[in-house]
Write a protein that binds this ligand. Structure first.
Ligand code: FAD
Length: 299
């Protein structure tokens, strides 16, 4: 474990909450929806709203999570700017794949009633098989479901090929989870080069890639690939995390007619948000310094 990981993991939760504030839309469904609406109205940015929470291992918490997602989907209603993201380990994976699939299916069906789309996030490698099994089963029945693949994993090319004919909606990203060298690349530049290979493969296999990165050269190169393959601008999108400062780039993409979607997380209970926030801070420990500077400036 690196020193920065040790420091972030040892940081007390209340401090993590302050440092991670730019990445989280708030503590209610209403705040998440307001954020998504305002991103759309002010900047023409789309969102995918996520209820923070993972590795839930009791039925009550899972029930709570399902109810919150149901309320979110109903409150969002039909609109052009916000989709939903969720994780298998917040939706019953502790009781096995079938149970988790049934829970996600309920939400996919409900979202379908509002012409909305659900993306099943990808967690660490222990859940890749489960997530893809659920995804394949659901995608055969419903068009409004997507998932995520991580370019750092050696298995990803085979996973893309295993989606043949599904017309899949795939967020392709490097992956946030540290994975062992036996199964994953360790160098970020290599992960980004692989990401570009997979963008091309996804296009060639007839899928819709959502390219999840903040790295400008990766975004520009993805667009070059799309243009070379004659993929129209509505055949892909670029995704970024709310809180990562990319205003200029986002506006440039939007004004070129490319869909940009931000990941907009919210938390109804703070304890559920800790894992996500710590991973974001490990990805960018400088965020803590920016937030402290802003706090000092304000007071
Ligand atoms: C919409 C979206 C959804 C995602 N879903 C998943 C998922 O389901 N599963 C999964 O494993 N991973 C997911 N990720 C995370 C992703 O895999 C990467 O870990 C993350 O996007 C950082 O990779 P990068 O390509 O931006 O490259 P990096 O090299 O990590 O970042 C490039 C540059 O972006 C900036 N940056 C990156 N992250 C931050 C940050 N947190 N704060 C401030 N600046 C930052 C830095 O300036 C950095 O130099 C998602 C990412 C996005 C954008």
């Amino acid at each position: 474990m690196s020193l920065k990981e040790l420091i972030v993991l040892a940081t007390p939760s209340p401090l993590v909450k302050i440092f991670a504030a730019p990445y989280v839309a708030g503590d209610s469904i209403e705040k998440a929806i307001d954020t998504a609406k305002s991103l759309w109205e002010k900047k023409k940015l789309c969102s995918t709203i996520d209820l923070l929470g993972e590795e839930l291992d009791n039925d009550e918490d899972v029930k709570d999570t399902i109810e919150t997602y149901e309320k979110l989907i109903k409150k969002l209603g039909k609109q052009p700017y916000a989709t939903i993201s969720l994780k298998p380990t917040q939706l019953g994976s502790h009781r096995g794949t079938k149970h988790c699939e049934e829970n996600i299916e309920k939400l996919v069906v409900l979202a379908g009633e509002y012409d909305n789309m659900i993306t099943i996030d990808m967690e660490d490698h222990n859940y890749t098989d489960m997530t893809l099994e659920i995804y394949r089963n659901l995608k055969k029945k419903y068009s409004n479901v997507g998932t995520v693949l991580q370019s750092r994993l050696f298995r990803t090319k085979d996973d893309i090929l295993s989606l043949k004919g599904l017309n899949a909606h795939i967020r392709i990203c490097i992956g946030i989870y540290r994975e062992p060298p036996e199964i994953a690349l360790q160098d970020k530049t290599e992960m980004k080069k692989k990401l570009l290979e997979y963008v091309e493969l996804l296009f060639k296999e007839g899928h819709y890639p959502a390219i999840g990165t903040h790295e400008e050269w990766v975004i520009k190169e993805s667009i070059n690939i799309a243009e070379r393959l004659n993929i129209p601008k509505n055949g892909y999108e670029i995704q970024m995390l709310m809180g990562v400062p990319r205003d200029r780039l986002q506006q440039e993409l939007v004004s070129n007619g490319i869909t940009v979607r931000l990941y907009v997380p919210f938390a109804t209970r703070w304890k559920y948000a800790i894992g996500y926030c710590k991973r974001r801070l490990i990805a960018n420990p400088m965020m803590g310094v920016y937030v402290l500077k802003n706090l000092v400036k304000r007071h």
